[in-house]
Structures are given as structure tokens and as C-alpha cells.
Design a protein. Structure first.
Length: 69
């Protein structure tokens, strides 16, 4: 089983792509560096609760929707 941060990152990537954003564009919307956004999406970063909230707002979803079932 993959670690939660990897599953979370893949979920963020899938939602970002579905919303039609390129990674650098989405990072700008969130106020994150592109490198940090990349690390989130690959599971290399462990985002804070504040960062998770920023991602949810930018994607226009509830925080719970960012986590895989």
C-alpha cells in the first residue's frame, strides 16, 4: 500500500489536471513555488493543514475531497 502523502499527491495532480491547470499555473494560484507543488504531487512533501486548505480552495472542493477513499 502506498503512503498517504503519495496517494494525496496523486489526487491533487488528478484534480488539478481535471480543472485544466498546468502545474506552474496552479502553483501560482496557490502562492506556492512550482518545485513545492511538484513535491506535493509526487509525495515528496508533507503539506501542512494550511497548505491543504489552500489547495482545496484553489480547486474549489471540500478538504475531504482531496483525500482518496
Amino acid at each position: 500500500m502506498k503512503p498517504l502523502r503519495i496517494l494525496f499527491g496523486h489526487r491533487i495532480r488528478d484534480l488539478r489536471r481535471a480543472a485544466g491547470y498546468k502545474q506552474d499555473e496552479f502553483a501560482d494560484i496557490c502562492g506556492f513555488a512550482r518545485s513545492y507543488m511538484s513535491r506535493i504531487e509526487t509525495g515528496g512533501a508533507n503539506p501542512s493543514l494550511d497548505a491543504i486548505e489552500v489547495l482545496a480552495v484553489a480547486l474549489k472542493v471540500e478538504v475531504r475531497d482531496l483525500f482518496p477513499d
